[in-house]
Design a protein around this ligand. Structure first.
Ligand SMILES: Nc1ncnc2c1ncn2[C@@H]1O[C@H](COP(=O)(O)OP(=O)(O)OP(=O)(O)O)[C@@H](O)[C@H]1O
Ligand SMILES: [Mg+2]
Length: 237
C-alpha cells in the first residue's frame, strides 16, 4: 500500500532524512519509534507532501506521489494527523470535520452524514461535543478530533504523528484501541509515530526505529521490544 525508497528530505540546506526505505502492506499497523529530533515528523511531512523530498520515491497504492502537493496526496488516499493536532480552535467539532470533506467524502455511500456516523461510532465523545468550539476541548478530545478529521477524506493510509502526546494517561490506551478499531472496521493502513514505545509495540504489526534521520532497526514488535540492546539504545528503560 505504501512503499518508500531512498527518501531524502530536510529543511532548506539542512538534510534530515537520509536514505529512508520501508514498505507497509495493506491493512497493517506499522510503528515508527525514535528519540526527539530523530526525524519522525519530517518523515511524515515528506510522505504527506507538507515538505518536498529532495530524493527518493514514495508509492501510494502503486502510484508515485513524491513531490505532489499535500491536497493531491489526500485526494489519492493518504491523510496526515499532524503532531500537536492542529485542529481549528475557532470552529466547532462539526465544522472542523466539515472543512476536511473531499470528493471521496461525497462519493462514500450516504455521503458526509454517513461518514460522520462512522466517526461518531468510533468516537462517541465527538458526537456529544459536536457544537463545542475546538479550543474548549480537552487534549484527548482534540486528538480524537484530529484523527476524525483525517478520516473524513476516506483514506486508504493514515499517518499518525504522536497520537498520545499531551493526552491524559487514562485516554492513552483508549486512543490506541481506537487506532486498532480504525484498521479493523475500515481496513485502513496505519503508519504511527510514537514516543510511547510500550503502546506502539502493543498495537503494531511491525516497527522501525529511527535515529539521526535513518532507520536503524526494523522488525517484529515482540523481537524489538525484547532486544536488550535496542531497548537500551533507543527505547529508554
Ligand atoms: N521546520 C523546521 N525547520 C528547520 N529544521 C527543522 C524543522 N523541523 C524540524 N527540524 C529539525 O529536523 C530534525 C528532525 O526533527 P523532527 O521534528 O522530524 O524530529 P522528531 O523525530 O519528530 O522529534 P520529536 O520526537 O521531538 O517530535 C531536528 O534536528 C529538527 O531540529
Ligand atoms: Mg515529531
Amino acid at each position: 500500500m505504501l512503499t518508500v525508497e531512498g527518501l531524502h528530505a530536510g529543511y532548506g540546506e539542512l538534510p534530515v532524512l537520509r536514505d529512508v526505505s520501508f514498505s507497509v502492506a495493506a491493512g497493517r499497523i506499522v510503528g515508527v519509534l525514535g528519540a526527539n529530533g530523530a526525524g519522525k515528523t519530517t518523515l511524515m511531512a515528506a510522505l504527506s507532501g507538507l515538505i518536498a523530498p529532495t530524493a527518493g520515491r514514495v508509492m501510494l497504492d502503486g502510484k508515485p506521489v513524491q513531490g505532489l502537493p499535500a491536497e493531491t496526496i489526500v485526494g489519492l488516499g493518504m491523510s496526515h494527523v499532524p503532531q500537536g493536532r492542529r485542529i481549528f480552535p475557532g470552529l466547532t467539532v462539526r465544522e472542523n470535520l466539515m472543512v476536511a470533506r473531499t470528493k471521496a467524502t461525497s462519493r462514500a455511500p450516504g455521503g458526509f452524514p454517513a461518514v460522520l456516523d462512522t466517526i461518531h461510532d468510533l468516537f462517541p465523545r465527538l458526537a456529544e461535543r459536536k457544537d463545542q468550539l475546538g479550543w474548549s476541548l480537552s487534549g484527548g478530545e482534540q486528538q480524537m478530533l484530529a484523527v476524525a478529521r483525517a478520516l473524513v477524506a476516506r483514506p486508504k493510509v493514515i499517518l499518525l504523528d504522536e497520537p498520545s502526546l499531551g493526552i491524559a494517561p487514562l485516554l492513552v490506551e483508549a486512543m490506541f484501541d481506537a487506532i486498532q478499531e480504525i484498521r479493523r472496521r475500515e481496513g485502513i493502513t496505519v503508519l504511527v509515530v510514537e514516543q510511547n514505545a510500550e503502546q506502539a509495540l502493543r498495537i503494531s504489526d511491525e516497527v522501525h526505529i529511527m535515529e539521526l534521520g535513518r532507520i536503524v532497526a526494523s522488525g517484529d514488535p515482540v523481537a524489538i521490544g525484547s532486544d536488550p540492546e535496542i531497548v537500551r539504545a533507543y527505547l529508554g528503560t
